[in-house]
Ligand binder design. Structure first.
Ligand SMILES: [Zn+2]
Length: 193
């Protein structure tokens, strides 16, 4: 738990913003609401609040996923972010979109919802049980996911969130071994794209 230094509200670390107002002064850790209010005032834009903070979507296997929805107002536009918390500090699916200030927030939210639906509409990893062992493998030749820091190791080891589930570098490597000898291409995509 972290406490907002402006309003005192407790928050899970997610959504907290570290803000430095003046160079040389200590930075402050504040909650998303305080940050958005401050940015909206400074930029003279609307701090749109009339949206559902939570939404449930079904994936292609009929499994429910509960998303927390939030936004951050940046000088360049608004970043809408939706996160599925699997456990307190564990994130499954997450999606982001960028809203220009000219765009209607409801249209931006529609785009976010579409992105969630599209993200849940297919899976990339197949899990099977074979002679008591769980085998994981790629369904097709394409895998999409998110790169995160694996805090079980040093700061140089990533983990991968695919189909809303965590896979270690070693697990991903093992799945790739079924394609040994093949070529691959790696494309890195911005989270708002
Ligand atoms: Zn606050």
């Amino acid at each position: 738990m972290e406490r907002c230094q402006w309003c005192g509200k407790d928050s899970s670390g997610y959504g907290m913003v570290v803000l430095t107002i003046k160079e040389g002064e200590p930075s402050q850790s504040i909650c998303e609401d305080c940050y958005n209010r401050y940015m909206a005032d400074m930029l003279g834009v609307e701090d749109y609040k009339d949206f559902e903070n939570e939404a449930i979507f079904k994936d292609c296997d009929g499994i429910d996923h509960c998303f927390q929805i939030g936004k951050k107002i940046h000088p360049t536009g608004i970043c809408w972010e939706t996160i599925e918390f699997i456990e307190e500090d564990k994130v499954g699916y997450s999606f982001e979109i960028h809203q220009e200030f000219e765009e209607d927030s409801n249209d931006a939210l529609k785009r976010l919802y579409e992105k969630i639906k599209k993200g849940l509409s297919q899976k990339y990893i197949k899990r099977e049980v074979f002679q008591g062992y769980e085998l994981i493998s790629f369904k097709e030749n394409l895998v999409e996911g998110r790169i995160e820091w694996d805090d079980r190791y040093d700061d140089r080891t990533p983990k991968f969130i695919i189909d809303g589930q965590e896979y270690s570098l070693e697990e991903l490597g093992r799945m790739m071994m079924s394609c040994e000898g093949w070529n691959f291409k790696l494309e890195i995509i911005e989270p708002t794209e």
